[in-house]
Design a protein around this ligand. Sequence first.
Ligand SMILES: NC(=O)c1ccc[n+]([C@@H]2O[C@H](COP(=O)([O-])OP(=O)(O)OC[C@H]3O[C@@H](n4cnc5c(N)ncnc54)[C@H](O)[C@@H]3O)[C@@H](O)[C@H]2O)c1
Length: 242
Amino acid sequence: MDITQSRIIVTGGASGLGAACAAHFRALGARVSVFDLKAEGQDAYAVDVTSEDDAARAVAAAAHAMGGITAAVNCAGIATGARTVGRDGPHDLGLFRKTIDINLVGSFNIARLAAAEMAKNTPNADGERGVIVNTASIAAFDGQKGQAAYAASKAGIAGMSLPMARDLAGLGIRACAIAPGIFLTPMLEGLGQEIIDGLSADVTFPKRLGRPEEFAQLAAFIIGAPYLNGETIRIDGALRMQ
Ligand SMILES: NC(=O)c1ccc[n+]([C@@H]2O[C@H](COP(=O)([O-])OP(=O)(O)OC[C@H]3O[C@@H](n4cnc5c(N)ncnc54)[C@H](O)[C@@H]3O)[C@@H](O)[C@H]2O)c1
């Protein structure tokens, strides 16, 4: 899929990895619609990705405004932390459900609706009608203490790459996921330099946190690479958490 001609939904596009994707895709010439809880600026839609109504309305509006949808990049998500049994007792079940709902169900909600719009596209020379890119995490594979909910949500994302690719193959739509290591986004910036230095020390090379633009480069590469499908790709400086 030629990214310069693409019409792309980016969820979570108001901050961090999603904002970097929106900026990078626009710089490459793509048309971008940002879906986030707060809509600010042109081509931004106020969407709670877990809501069927919000998502259906916004996907239809974005398709209308952009003249169709050729890619959807799901970056909306939350990071939660709590142990299965902590000092205050068992893990809050509502928090577990909320984490799965936003990170996993929300991504699938946008993917299914965007794919239905992509199915209306005329295929390109490679037979492609669209591309879905979801955001997992290395926590999908090496979850840490306190990450049962977050890791489960991200393992769900990794697990659906292949079946989604298989489901959508007949429509000429690819599906991949990116599993980032630790990236310097507003979520992380609040931790302070000492903690950031500590996290960077565990990265194999380069010994620093990921830059959001590096995530955006990979997302753009996936959109442009027709033979990349059904895979979850790590981008983590070879970081392997204990
Ligand atoms: N930063 C990292 O190190 C890192 C590592 C691995 C995975 N990830 C994943 O990457 C994604 C982006 O993370 P980030 O670091 O850019 O975080 P971030 O907090 O900077 O951005 C997340 C965005 O998602 C939006 N959002 C949250 N809930 C939403 C909802 N229900 N509906 C619509 N929008 C919603 C927020 O408003 C925010 O703008 C997340 O899925 C996160 O789990 C991040």
